[in-house]
Design a binder for this molecule. Structure first.
Ligand code: DX5
Ligand code: ZN
Length: 239
C-alpha cells in the first residue's frame, strides 16, 4: 500500500441523475472533481444514453469539468469531436478502437486528457507500453452498460498491477474505477491503487449527493490512514 495517497477524485456519474433536469442535477454535485458522462450507443453496450449535442450543452452549463466515458463503436471517428467540445477528459474503450495510440494523441492535440478504458475481461498488460500516451486508465469494475451493478472484486488484482506499472513507469497516469463504487467498495479500490472514482447510484441515489461525495472522498482516504503498527514504528523511532 502506498504511504502517500495520489490525488483522489470523486466523479459522480449522471447516468443515475434525473435526465429531465440535468442542469439542476449538475448543480447538486458542484463539490465533485468532475462529472462522469456515460455515452452509450446500443452497439458497443446494450444501452442507449446521450450523444454529442447533449454533451455539448452539458459542457456549457456544468459547474465542474466533464469526464466523458464513451461506450461506443467507431470511437476513432467520434471521440475527437467530444474533445473539440472542450471536455476536460475523453475516455474511449480500447476494445472499440482501431488505433488507440493515434486516438489518444488526437485527443491530447485537441486539448482533452486522453483516457483509455478496459472492460473487465480485457487484460491491462498488452497496453502497459503505451502508458505515456495516456492521462487516465479506466478499469471497469462492472460490465459496462448499466448503473447500479455490484462491484467486481475480481478486478482488484488488475488495479494493483496497473498501479504498480504506473508507479514504475514514472508517468502521471490516473487510475479510474467505474462501477459498483460505494462507501464500502471505494476503500478496497483505493487500497488497490485507484485514485479516480466514478459513482452513480452511490451519489445520486442519496438524499444529498453533495454529502455522498464527501463521504466517498473521506473513505477513499481510509486506505492511506496510518495503521497502529505505523504509529508504533514512529514512536519507536522517536524514543
Ligand atoms: C456503467 C457506467 C457507469 C455507471 C456506474 O457502464 O459506465 O459510469 O454510471 O454506475 P454505478 O456507480 O451505479 O455502478
Ligand atoms: Zn462510466
Amino acid at each position: 500500500m502506498p504511504s502517500v495517497p495520489p490525488k483522489c477524485c470523486i466523479n459522480p456519474s449522471i447516468l443515475s441523475a434525473d435526465f429531465v433536469n440535468l442542469e439542476a442535477e449538475l448543480a447538486r454535485i458542484s463539490n465533485a472533481d468532475a462529472v462522469h458522462v456515460d455515452v452509450m450507443d446500443n452497439h458497443f453496450v446494450p444501452n442507449l444514453t446521450i450523444g454529442l449535442p447533449v454533451v455539448e450543452r452539458l459542457q456549457k452549463v456544468s459547474p465542474v469539468p466533464l469526464d466523458a466515458h464513451l461506450m461506443i463503436s467507431n470511437v476513432d471517428r467520434w471521440a475527437p469531436q467530444f474533445a473539440d467540445a472542450g471536455l476536460s477528459s475523453v475516455t474511449f474503450h480500447v476494445e472499440a478502437s482501431e488505433a488507440p495510440i493515434k486516438l489518444a494523441r488526437e485527443l491530447r492535440a485537441r486539448g482533452a486528457k486522453a483516457g483509455m478504458a478496459l472492460r473487465p475481461a480485457t487484460p491491462v498488460e498488452p497496453y502497459l507500453d503505451m502508458l505515456s500516451e495516456l492521462d487516465m486508465l479506466l478499469i471497469m469494475t462492472v460490465e459496462p452498460g448499466f448503473g447500479g451493478q455490484a462491484f467486481l472484486d475480481v478486478m482488484l488484482p488488475k488495479i494493483r498491477r496497473a498501479r504498480a506499472a504506473v508507479d514504475g513507469s514514472g508517468v502521471d497516469v490516473a487510475i479510474q474505477v467505474d462501477g459498483g463504487i460505494t462507501e464500502e467498495t471505494i476503500i478496497r479500490a483505493a487500497e488497490a491503487g485507484a485514485n479516480v472514482f466514478v459513482a452513480g447510484s452511490a451519489v445520486y441515489g442519496k438524499p444529498s449527493p453533495a454529502d455522498a461525495i464527501e463521504s466517498l472522498r473521506a473513505n477513499s482516504q481510509l486506505a492511506f490512514a496510518p495503521t497502529t503498527l505505523q504509529f508504533n514504528d514512529i514512536a519507536l523511532q522517536q524514543a
